[in-house]
Ligand binder design. Structure first.
Ligand SMILES: Nc1ncnc2c1ncn2[C@@H]1O[C@H](COP(=O)(O)OP(=O)(O)OP(=O)(O)O)[C@@H](O)[C@H]1O
Length: 444
């Protein structure tokens, strides 16, 4: 396993900590040890990090305040030897994501690392033509340096596709994921561009940003539509000039990272509403790849559900059960508005709930507690109105046109007859799709 996760382990040196470090290395992390939170901060400043594991007996609240002040965003886990429940809870209140008891258990350490690694190397399941089109466009552009905009509904697999592009790009360095939604604009700006010592009151040392670190690798901006206007302006300029400066600095840093951005919203609408810069959209969307929603991916759904059921049963240590026929029919009748992530979560609950030899319809429960059985779902093969809810008329129209055209083997006249529109309207629509980077069946 490549050692691309950097973990900083903070605590007084001792047997249990050394053992935790060994297990973390076995689980795929590169581990740096720090005796004190101050040393850990120095390590972060010098080489960054993907996660921190820190002794509950240190000043976790102070450490969290320091990393926030220096605008580091990374998961922090507390750990301790026979710590009381109160101390573990206090650590979590102070901002630790979780508590891991020491002496370390191999599974717990592996699970903690896996939660970070999983985002780095998912398995891609599915071969529906709608996905295959996206994957072939993605791999075709992978070796180039062109920015790529990956669009698609929430949870549909945009990050997985970005990783496919990164892996096919042959770039030697890792792909960094940067969350753009829900992060304070100044924190995000430091995270992306880095800063110099003294750039703002908490900036005690120079920080190298993700754009700089990702030179020779890829930077994936998740939900790019959430970028604040000032960050959008900085990024647009950096893309145009192919260089940037760290916040508060004047040294020129070349822009050598491959940029992939994702969005679940129509950025054109955001441009029209004045909340997203048109020039940034043009630069980010040089190549666009659209990930289809799960409900448009036919048999991929069953493949994915079976893959999740096996994987989750194994990781939860419960017996692996197949889906019954009735459960598979029910899965395919539901619209999956939360796409693959919702399917994964629903399968996880079913794996834990199932008691008999197979996963049955009554084991399929949504996150709000509703059983899929109790929903009014479309009959298989019927018009799945439920599956259209949550989508724009424009999207549905586009899918209907493309689907009909494919069924007509690319014949524009037959497809427009079926759709009840003129051939001219059909051609105009297809032109706008092609301009937006969407694959259109070629004319016969
Ligand atoms: N083809 C696939 N095979 C297996 N797992 C997948 C596949 N596509 C997505 N997943 C899983 O589904 C979940 C959601 O995928 P991902 O995070 O890529 O979606 P997203 O569209 O980027 O989400 P968001 O809209 O929240 O940013 C993840 O757990 C991911 O590992």
């Amino acid at each position: 396993m490549p050692q691309s996760i950097r973990m900083i382990l903070v605590g007084a040196p001792g047997g249990e900590f050394r053992r935790a470090a060994e297990l973390a290395r076995d689980a795929g992390a590169a581990v740096a040890m720090a005796d004190t939170p101050a040393q850990a901060l120095d390590l972060l400043r010098a080489g960054g990090g993907d996660m921190v594991m820190i002794d509950v007996d240190t000043d976790i609240a102070g450490f969290m305040a320091s990393i926030r002040a220096e605008r580091f965003t990374l998961p922090v886990l507390a750990c301790g030897i026979q710590a009381s429940a109160e101390r573990a809870v206090a650590a979590i209140r102070a901002g630790a994501r979780d508590y891991v008891p020491l002496p370390p258990q191999r599974e717990l350490i592996a699970a903690a690392i896996a939660s970070v690694i999983e985002r780095k190397a998912p398995v891609r399941i599915g071969d529906h033509p709608a996905l295959a089109r996206a994957v072939s466009l993605a791999t075709a552009v992978a070796p180039t340096a062109a920015p790529v905009l990956v669009t698609g509904e929430k949870g549909s697999g945009k990050e997985v596709l970005a990783r496919t592009i990164h892996e096919a790009s042959g770039r030697p360095n890792p792909m960094y994921v940067v969350e753009c939604a829900g992060v304070a604009p100044d924190v995000l700006e430091s995270e992306l561009f880095g800063h110099e010592a003294g750039a703002f009151p908490g900036a005690v040392a120079r920080r190298i940003g993700r754009l700089e670190k990702a030179a020779g690798g890829t930077i994936f901006l998740r939900e790019v539509g959430s970028l604040a206007p000032a960050t959008q302006a900085r990024l647009a300029e950096a893309l145009q000039e192919q260089r940037f400066t760290r916040i508060g600095g004047s040294e020129i840093v070349p822009f050598q990272a491959r940029l992939i951005a994702s969005t679940g919203t129509e950025l054109e609408a955001a441009v029209n509403a004045g909340s997203f810069r048109a020039d940034l959209l043009v630069r980010l969307g040089l190549v666009r790849v659209e990930v289809p929603p799960l409900r448009a991916r036919g048999g991929d759904l069953v493949q994915l559900a079976q893959h999740f059921a096996e994987r989750l049963a194994e990781s939860d240590g419960v017996p692996a059960r197949p889906f019954s026929e009735a459960a598979l029919v029910l899965l395919s009748r539901y619209a999956w508005p939360g796409n693959i992530r919702e399917l994964e979560d629903c399968t996880h609950r079913a794996v834990l709930l199932a008691q008999g030899p197979a996963i049955e319809p009554h084991d399929l429960v949504r996150s709000d507690g509703t059983r899929l059985l109790d929903l009014e779902l479309a009959e298989p093969g019927g018009l799945q109105i439920e599956s259209l809810v949550g989508r724009t008329v424009e999207e549905v129209e586009r899918e209907l046109i493309l689907h009909t055209l494919t069924r007509c083997h690319g014949n524009r006249t037959s497809a427009s007859n079926i759709l009840g529109i003129s051939v001219r309207t059909m051609r105009n629509k297809l032109r706008t799709f092609i301009e937006a980077g969407i694959a259109v069946a070629p004319a016969p």
